[in-house]
Design a protein. Sequence first.
Length: 201
Amino acid sequence: MNLLTIKEGELLVKKAREAVELFLKSSIEAEPLVGGIFDKNLGIFVTILSYPDHELRGCIGFPFSSYTLGKGVVLAAKAAATEDYRFEPLAIEELKKVIFETSVLSEPKLLTVQPIQREKAIKIPGDGLIIQYGLNSGLLLPQVAVEHHFSAKEFLEAVCTKAGLPAQMYLSSSAKLYTFGAQIFLEEKPEGKIIEKKLIL
């Protein structure tokens, strides 16, 4: 999917960093990006990675977004830095030691094939996954499958585990599975050049 130009992607990543810096320094919410694509309601995830080893430092977003892209990136960035329960809140001194990555999501689509066919219906690279079962839900971005060299089966098992479900739960007809695409932009280094990430096996 290609919704954004590289220039729009640069603005998105810069806004994510600005939102975190402003909140950590002054507890102020950054102004949203406005105009064009930024006024559209789109799913957005912000990922914060340590540099140079690219270890996850925080990741939060909105797959079914009720926010405009310009507003969602501000909220997701702040949440990734301060509300990801897996990590301590980001300290202001860490800003020069992390890189920001934004993933703009296509509308998640319900997989309508039989559960036994789900493995064959997943595209790697390309698809992100969402599973919903009862009160449990989990999401993995498309880049996760590539970074971990997952097969389709391993990716499905991983999203089940992320949701706190048994790894084979994707084979249950009671589990809903959604796929989505993402356009990914990130800093090459802290406050450095912003590039579009292409998913290649």
